[in-house]
Design a protein around this ligand. Structure first.
Ligand SMILES: [Mg+2]
Length: 350
């Protein structure tokens, strides 16, 4: 059982960030875990939440039960139903568009095959497709699997060229592994794209279907949900696309610096150091004439540099600083490089 004593809840009568919403849609990698290990404070903070959580992952290779087992090992109480994968979103998309019992070519890991079986499709793998050449396919679901071969990609290309409805679970180009950067599903999808000249329907983040699946499962409208993630170009862009508020957690890929240069559709509603902030009072940056103020921090940009009246805590500096930088960026007073350079002067730990 996770220790809860490192979570400082909002004071009595002050709503915590999460109490503004009916449920949370939470990313996994870089937010809850990094490889096999839990991210600091994630388990205790998630255990302290009083609203339901669905974990949404672009990773299509593992079935939800396997992801839930990993989370349970880390100390969370999670079932397969609490995990939504891009394979499930892909299978749901095909089920909306194809008659029940249709034959679908499954390219990817067990997560892809199992999601299709849940919708009563007739599932054919790439290896089986190679052996039964007369088969015709109503659909193709392509997701990442560590054992996907060039032959699997060829089968996908043949089926797509013959008119099968092509759904890709996600188009993340890279996959970080302990040995380095491997080609992600987006790179494998691009191979089929190049071969066929066709475009897939994409369901994973930054596209909205995976988030919509989460909203359906939670039985809540998107406007009542908070999406939490560590990547601007997937988690936050997807939340904007799906109509959800979002929180960027600074424990993963993106930082104060990368957020500083982000265009408006990639900006989160909130920026938090780690998941403990969900059960704390959120202090936003507010404008005061030419100044931006967050808690004890008060600053503005003059002559392309910081004018700091009072420096607050690191996260207060980050929130007030980002508000200044985005305002200057939007008014054309700074370019992306200038915003990122000024962001590195904020006293945050990234
Ligand atoms: Mg992530």
């Amino acid at each position: 059982m996770a220790a809860l004593d490192d979570v400082a809840k909002a004071p009595e009568g002050v709503p915590s960030l999460v109490q503004r919403y009916r449920a949370v849609v939470c990313d996994l990698d870089g937010v809850v875990y990094r490889g096999p290990e839990a991210v600091d404070h994630a388990v205790s903070a998630l255990s302290a939440l009083t609203v339901p959580v669905v974990y949404a992952t672009n990773n299509a290779s593992r079935p939800p039960q396997e992801v839930a087992a990993h989370l349970t090992d880390l100390g969370l109480h999670v079932s397969g139903r609490d995990v939504a994968t891009s394979s499930e979103a892909g299978a749901a998309e095909l089920a909306r568009r194809l008659p029940p019992g249709s034959t679908v070519l499954a390219i990817g890991g067990e997560g892809v095959r199992e999601a299709l079986r849940q919708h009563s499709f007739r599932v054919v793998t790439g290896t089986q497709a190679q052996e039964s050449r007369d088969e015709t396919y109503a659909g193709v679901l392509q997701g990442y699997g560590p054992a996907v071969t060039a032959s699997d990609l060829a089968q996908a290309a043949y089926a797509v060229s013959a008119g099968a409805l092509w759904v890709a679970t996600n188009i993340d180009e890279t996959l970080p592994t302990h040995l380095g950067t491997a080609p992600g599903n987006g790179t494998l999808v691009a191979a089929v794209q190049r071969a066929t000249g066709c475009e897939p329907i994409v369901v994973g983040k930054p596209h909205a279907p995976l988030y919509r699946l989460c909203a359906d499962r939670l039985g809540q409208p998107a406007s009542q949900l908070l999406a939490v993630g560590d990547r601007l170009d997937t988690d936050i862009a997807g939340a904007v696309e799906a109509g959800m508020d979002s929180a960027l957690v600074l424990t993963g890929v993106d930082s104060v610096t990368s957020l500083a240069g982000a265009p408006a559709p990639l900006r989160p509603t909130y920026v938090v150091p780690d998941l403990r902030a969900l059960v704390e009072d959120y202090v936003p940056a507010e404008t005061d004439y030419s100044w931006w103020v967050c808690g004890a921090d008060r600053r503005r940009i003059t002559d392309g540099g910081w004018d700091v009246a009072r420096a607050g805590s690191p996260i207060e500096q980050a929130r007030a600083g980002l508000a200044c930088l985005h305002e200057s960026l939007d008014h054309g007073e700074l370019d992306i490089r200038g915003a990122e350079r000024l962001a590195t002067e904020i006293d945050y730990w990234q």
